[in-house]
Design a protein around this ligand. Structure first.
Ligand code: NAD
Ligand code: ZN
Length: 340
């Protein structure tokens, strides 16, 4: 089969012929129709320090996908050939305390599809059936292919009560923008999104942010004054992985404010801990998506009117993947979806 492989320990990905992965009795073999490019794929493509430490080479990359079940393992119940599925890219162990408690997103032995094991940038993917998620008929293939990052947005945004609250989102990457849409859909009042990239801020505005701030040009405090927010934000969603952004969030939250922290900082970050203490802030780290509570909410919110279409800004055939990665590297995109 055709697959996008990290073949050499240098920047790039290579389209190669590889063997269709073998499946076990608990697995599904999925024929891939659509995949989307994630920030993680970009790290691997660019071969940055994190990838050099993390990715065994060769590796079939990719983990955001929509496909159709081709073959069902002999022990699997509830799936049949032809089912449209996406799936959770975090393969959990099943025997640690959190897995046994049903909090699989906290599994200490998580293995990543397209990171530590064969990924979805391929004509076929094998994952355990317990990691698959059936896609309702009224959700399109393209939208289903971005369920993984949409799930990051939902898991983060719904970590705290947003109804009637003022929300600050730092970072208008695809996940921050989708989080703005989710926060509005869930009933937040002001949803203020910061970034340093006007293309992405415009997209955030289009998708539901009530106010966007390019922090290169404007002070967040001025915007808060304009919005008559005298006390500060109630909830912060950190989605930039940028230390300045995180520090500005700590400063602009109200006392008792809550932060859901998704962004991954490239280095250690110094913060003013007295802000956390004296304001009584709560900070919750977010990893992945809750299996499968987040996934059910994702589907339901789309079915109750959440519109994610504008976040897919580019669609192309997988043979043009070099172009897709170049667009992502420029930062002038939402999600890029590749057809197989
Ligand atoms: P992205 O890199 O596309 O978006 C980050 C955005 O932050 C960019 O648009 C960038 O311009 C912006 N930014 C940079 N400096 C800023 C500043 N000072 N203030 C405000 N914004 C600033 O990333 P993404 O794919 O949308 O993911 C968001 C973050 O979440 C990343 O840090 C990513 O590594 C992380 N992530 C975490 C998980 C998890 O499970 N915890 C999963 C996926 C992604
Ligand atoms: Zn586990």
């Amino acid at each position: 089969m055709k697959a996008l492989v990290k073949r050499h320990r240098k920047p790039g990905l290579w389209m190669e012929e590889v063997k269709i992965p073998e499946m076990g009795p608990d697995d599904l073999l999925i024929k891939i129709k659509k995949t989307a490019i994630c920030g993680t794929d970009l790290h691997i493509y660019n071969w940055d320090q994190w990838s050099q430490k993390t990715i065994p080479v060769p590796m079939v990359t990719g983990h955001e996908f929509l496909g159709v079940v081709e073959k069902v393992g002999s022990h699997v119940k509830g799936y049949q050939k032809g089912d449209r599925v996406s799936g959770e890219g975090h393969i959990t162990c099943g025997h640690c305390r959190n897995c046994r408690a049903g909090t699989r997103h906290l599994c200490r032995n998580t293995v990543g599809v397209g990171v530590n094991r064969q990924g979805s940038f391929a004509e076929y993917l094998v994952i355990p059936a317990r990691n698959a998620f059936k896609i309702p008929d009224d959700i399109s293939d393209d939208i289903a292919s971005i369920f993984d990052p949409y799930g990051n947005a939902v898991h983060t945004a719904l970590s705290f009560d947003l109804v009637g609250e003022d929300v600050l989102i730092t970072g208008a990457g695809p996940i921050g923008i989708m989080a703005a849409a989710v926060a509005r859909h869930a009933g937040a009042r002001h949803v203020v999104v910061t970034d340093i990239n006007n293309y992405r801020l415009d997209l955030a505005q289009k998708m539901g942010a009530t106010c966007t701030v390019n922090v290169k040009d404007r002070q967040l405090y001025d915007v808060m004054r304009e919005l008559k927010m005298t006390e500060g934000f109630d909830v912060g969603l950190e989605m930039s992985g940028n230390a300045h952004a995180f520090n500005s969030m700590l400063e602009s939250l109200n006392h008792g404010g809550k932060i859901a922290l998704l962004g991954i900082f490239p280095d250690q970050v110094a913060i003013d801990w007295s802000l956390v203490v004296f304001k009584g802030l709560q900070i919750k780290g977010i990893y992945g998506r809750e299996m499968f509570e987040t996934w059910y909410k994702m589907a339901s919110m789309l079915q109750s009117g959440l519109d994610l279409e504008p976040i897919i800004t580019h669609r192309m055939n997988v043979d043009d993947y070099e172009k897709g990665f170049a667009i992502m590297n420029e930062g002038l995109s939402g999600k890029v979806v590749l057809s197989w």
